[in-house]
Ligand binder design. Structure first.
Ligand code: ITT
Length: 205
């Protein structure tokens, strides 16, 4: 089994990544489990740039520590884009209203800002960019989206972050109401990870 170190401190993401990669010949190790925790300044202007910043920083740490020499290092930079709000919170999704603010408050703020906005203008999506640093030091990044609309009320107990307020037309419910296995099949992260998996297979890793 190949080791993949996932450069994330977000437990919701990590849980999904482990579920999505289950049964595949990869051993997913969080940066915490690898003892490589570090704060990375997300100074990029796109999801791709930030994913690359996170993955390369952790790959560098692993190299310096002399551990997991032939591991692949991956990072996910993701967020919720609301078209009517000019794409916000977007790359600032985790930082929106402060990282310590509960999602019940962040979500309500978005619902309030969208009050009275007609259905056709409520389009929104989750975006995920996943950067992979390979053992030879090269880096590639893939992206995918999960399209929906801003719901009228928060619903659901599954997922994390903004899941309760994204209505998923093809499922007729909010993302927070989807069972993990249902979300993972159609989500930005699920689809981007399958693209990343293809990259690994092409490189025979
Ligand atoms: P790491 O950088 O340590 O991975 P983070 O939470 O800071 O963790 P991001 O900067 O990529 O990660 O921010 C992603 C945010 O976007 C996340 O905190 C949620 O608010 C939101 N988000 C991303 N994917 C989501 C999903 O599947 N469901 C709900 N919200 C999501």
């Amino acid at each position: 089994m190949r080791d993949i170190i996932f450069a994330t401190g977000n437990m919701g993401k990590l849980r999904e990544i482990k579920q999505i990669m289950e049964g595949l010949p990869y051993n997913i190790i969080s940066m915490k489990e690898a003892g490589l925790e570090t704060e990375v300044d997300e100074t990029g202007e796109t999801f791709e740039e930030n994913a690359i910043l996170k993955a390369t920083a952790i790959a560098k740490k692993a190299r310096e520590a002399g551990v997991y020499g032939d591991a692949i290092v991956m990072a996910d930079d993701s967020g919720f884009e609301v078209d009517h709000l000019g794409g916000k919170p977007g790359i600032y999704s985790a930082r929106f209203m402060g990282t310590d603010t509960p999602y019940s408050i962040k979500n309500q703020k978005i619902l309030d800002e969208m009050e009275g906005v007609p259905e056709e203008d409520r389009t929104a999506r989750f975006v995920a960019a996943i950067a992979c640093v390979f053992p030879d030091g090269t880096c590639e990044v893939v992206r995918d989206t999960f399209e929906g609309r801003v719901a009228h009320e928060a619903k659901g107990i599954y997922g994390f972050g903004y899941d309760p307020i994204m209505y998923v037309p093809e499922k007729g419910c909010n993302s927070g109401e989807l069972l993990p296995e249902e979300k993972n099949k159609i989500s930005h992260r699920g689809k981007a990870l399958m693209k990343a998996r293809k990259l690994l297979e092409e490189k025979a890793l």
